[in-house]
Design a protein. Structure first.
Length: 174
């Protein structure tokens, strides 16, 4: 949803459309396949300056040090993430051999590691945003996004309209 919000506001995004919308994410995934290969080839990122690209946290380590980054780091209740992933795998008739406890522990460890690492990176500015807040208090959420980007030219109303409450199907308290 974050990529939809940015695009609606007028931020140019990088996405190849390879992963098509489906029942789990009917508005699309906004992914860019080259992100998966950042560790082997990060040269394309130099052409992404001033644009938004969706990068999962494990790939942040592979970004070139000579550029500066503004990162929206989306936080969400781990139980919601696990339930959402499980549902998506079931919808695709695939399974995951790991149990919820193992996955939850893995994600917790990774989040601690990436947050510590990001705090030490002088070329990264990070705004931690709560997914639940985007749904429950969209106006405040959008204001945080615009303030972080330091761009008053973004279309605030369109960004707010991009928030799709109907897609928040796995809810737990955060």
């Amino acid at each position: 949803m974050m990529m939809q919000i940015l695009q609606a506001g007028g931020v140019e995004i990088i996405s190849d459309g390879t992963r098509k919308p489906d029942s789990d994410n009917p508005n699309g995934y906004f992914e860019f396949e080259k992100v998966k290969e950042l560790a082997a080839d990060n040269s394309w990122i130099f052409d992404a300056r001033g644009k938004a690209v969706k990068i999962i946290s494990q790939h942040l380590f592979s970004l070139p040090n000579e550029l500066n980054y503004r990162v929206f780091f989306m936080l969400r209740n781990l139980d919601e993430i696990l339930t959402s992933q499980k549902t998506m795998l079931e919808n695709r008739n695939t399974s995951d051999a790991q149990n919820d406890t193992e996955l939850r522990n893995f994600f917790r460890g990774h989040l601690l590691q990436i947050r510590k690492w990001l705090a030490l990176q002088p070329n990264f500015e990070v705004e931690y945003l709560n997914y639940q807040e985007s749904i429950e208090n969209g106006e405040t959420f959008i204001n945080k996004v615009i303030d972080f980007l330091e761009n008053d030219q973004l279309d605030r109303a369109a960004m707010f309209q991009a928030i799709d409450n109907s897609l928040y199907r796995q809810r737990n308290s955060f």
